[in-house]
Design a protein around this ligand. Structure first.
Ligand code: GEK
Length: 242
């Protein structure tokens, strides 16, 4: 059983900006499952897509790997020979716990974990790249460079799976999606106080963009095929094929 997320359960005199520290690491599996609609489905399907798209003699990258959920999903599905996984996360606390998670897993595919800023991390010989709810934490002005770097590092027919929290131009729809997301969190046991304090903590840390912005940026990076394969409320996942 993962530790229960109660980080924002009590009133805080000051809500600090959200960081991926030890406290978050301790509750992360519970937090992400109760906060992101469709998270388990997306993780499962990343395994499915990795099985389909992983190429012989290549790397699969999990960028912003946190505790390695997508890494494990890929590790248990990839059939291609001599294909290994590279996980990257800038949080030392995440990578350190992720190392324990991977060590406790018995699948055979090699996993190399790196504590690094993915803005600085080289991507080469990739058949699959995963940005599962990571790009949203990167400064807006750096996002295009990252996608170009991923595109350049992918082999022909390589894929990027990009999952993000979305924003919407239509104000009414934006308000509805936020309300439905908050209802989802409430149904998963978060109180109004927890929802409000988390919202404040994440406000300038997680910057969502519209689907149109993501599509255009992926097209500009060079991806030939870009489309959504999953969406629930303001959470979506895109497949972009080189
Ligand atoms: C999952 N993909 O479970 N470089 C590297 N990592 C970063 C950077 C950066 N510049 N900025 C943030 N991160 C995971 C979930 S969580 C999503 C991803 C969430 C890392 C950060 O440390 C955190 O571990 C992850 O991106 C985002 O499938 O918490 O909503």
């Amino acid at each position: 059983m993962p530790n229960h997320d109660n980080l924002y359960a009590n009133p805080l005199t000051q809500v600090n900006a959200f960081t991926f520290d030890e406290g978050v690491v301790n509750v992360f599996p519970d937090m992400i499952k109760r906060s992101v609609p469709g998270y388990a489905t997306i993780i499962n399907m990343i395994g499915n897509l990795a099985e389909r798209y992983a190429q012989v003699d290549s790397y699969c990258y999990d960028l912003g790997c946190s505790l390695g959920a997508a890494t494990l999903a890929m590790r248990h599905r990839i059939q291609a020979a001599n294909c290994s996984i590279i996980g990257v996360d800038s949080s030392a606390a995440m990578i350190s716990r992720c190392e324990q998670v991977i060590a406790a897993d018995s699948a055979e595919i090699d996993v190399a974990l790196h504590c690094a800023d993915l803005c600085e991390f080289a991507i080469n010989n990739a058949s699959v790249a995963v940005l599962n709810f990571t790009l949203q934490f990167i400064a807006l002005e750096k996002r295009a460079d990252i996608l170009r770097k991923i595109y350049d590092g992918l082999k022909p027919n390589g894929v990027l799976i990009l999952s993000e929290k979305l924003a919407f131009d239509d104000e009414q729809h934006q308000a509805l999606m936020i309300e439905l997301h908050h209802n989802f969190k409430r149904a998963n046991g978060y109180s109004d106080l927890e929802i409000a304090q988390k919202r404040t903590a994440i406000e300038n840390v997680l910057i969502p963009e519209t689907l149109a912005t993501h599509r255009q940026r992926l097209k500009d990076a060079g991806f030939a095929s870009v489309d959504v394969w999953f969406q629930c409320f303001n959470f979506a996942s895109i497949i972009a094929i080189k």
